[in-house]
Design a protein. Structure first.
Length: 356
């Protein structure tokens, strides 16, 4: 394999999920991260080709594989996997063109791109402690992988070829610091039991603070919203629905504090850095990557029993410190630099084990 200079441009294929457009109009964190990474890599003069759903956007080259799955009505359960097979076959046909193939897809890329596995990087955007990912990385120990948090990396099996952790990032100018003048607690995310919107409402009430909730009702668990969240809504707890970036700016920027009362090993938490970018301090329970994202001046890691007290305390934190935390750790330029270092290892083969 030819050694790639540390200064030379790399030819990178970014393979995005087909569930949403890249970037998505509303929800779809993975597709948004892939888009932001691609734009930052193009600014760094790399040659980027994005494989994604129709309607996607990139400053590099775009190869599409049909409409977003989310926009196809009445599809059977196996339809997303069938579409992913089609997408990856397009990547396979052009694989020789690229120095690195960076897959943000599920599992199928490992066998489909077997001949190119040494230059195929996998980023998992979900938890890695469950049986499916554990089996996957044990079955493909020569498949390079990058984690999105140290917490996620710790649950990878020892057989995994883990090359490093790269935190998500986004452009500095997507959000601006807000005043927090609305005086309310903000909750943003899928309205499902793992995220805890019901716990956020109850904690805000105990703190004597109004709360506003935004995000999608979880299509896989709609009864949760109807049975656990909706009965708690009222004048002091208002659900405003899904939000685009413009609406998020107002929603997060006017919030006094952001609530993240999760009870699962969240591998990252994109909404946390969106809140920090708006200067809004964050209160989160100590699961998953939360302790990596929130600094002592930009929020509070709280137990569920102390969550209401923590909301009150965090509302008085310096909003400039929250914004500084974002700018120093979670920009798209920092994300691109982290992946670029891994890409160059893959392109040169330096320090990587040979395939058996």
């Amino acid at each position: 394999m030819a050694i790639t200079s540390s200064r030379s441009a790399l030819k990178v294929a970014l393979v995005s999920p087909l569930i949403q457009r890249t970037p998505p109009p509303l929800s779809g964190g993975t597709e948004r991260v892939v888009h932001d990474l691609g734009e930052a890599l193009v600014r760094k003069r790399h040659k980027v080709t994005l494989f994604a759903a129709e309607g996607s956007e990139t400053s590099g080259d775009l190869i599409t594989a049909g409409p977003p799955v989310a926009e196809v009505e009445d599809h059977p359960p196996g339809y997303p996997a069938a579409r992913e097979a089609q997408l990856l076959d397009l990547v396979r046909q052009q694989a020789e063109r690229f120095d690195v193939i960076h897959c943000h897809t599920e599992f199928m890329h490992a066998p489909v791109l077997a001949e190119h596995r040494s230059k195929t990087l996998t980023t998992v955007h979900w938890r890695t402690d469950e049986m499916d990912r554990q089996h996957f990385f044990r079955a493909f120990p020569d498949l390079p992988a990058a984690s999105i948090s140290l917490a996620q990396a710790r649950s990878l099996p020892p057989e995994a070829l883990h090359l490093g952790t790269v935190h998500h990032g986004m452009p500095k100018d997507r959000y601006e610091p807000g005043s927090g003048g609305g005086g309310y607690v903000a909750f943003l995310g899928r309205l499902t039991d793992q995220k805890g919107p019901d716990r956020a409402i109850l904690a805000a009430r105990r703190a004597g603070l109004p709360i506003r909730l935004a995000g999608d009702i979880d299509v896989g668990n709609p009864r949760y919203f109807e049975e656990k969240v909706k009965p708690l809504l009222g004048p002091d707890a208002v659900y405003v629905g899904p939000l685009n970036d413009h609406a998020k700016q107002q929603f997060l920027g006017n919030a006094a504090v952001f609530a993240m009362p999760i009870d699962w090993p969240e591998p990252f938490g994109l909404v946390v850095i969106e809140a920090l970018a708006c200067g809004t301090p964050v209160v989160a329970t100590p699961f998953g990557a939360m302790e990596e994202l929130i600094g002592p001046d930009s929020g509070i890691i709280s137990s569920e029993s102390d969550f209401a007290k923590s909301l009150k305390e965090a509302a008085s934190l310096d909003r400039n410190a929250a914004r500084k935390r974002f700018e120093e750790h979670f920009t798209d330029d920092r994300m691109a630099e982290g992946y670029e270092a891994i890409y160059r290892r893959l392109a040169s083969g330096e320090g990587l084990p040979r395939r058996p």
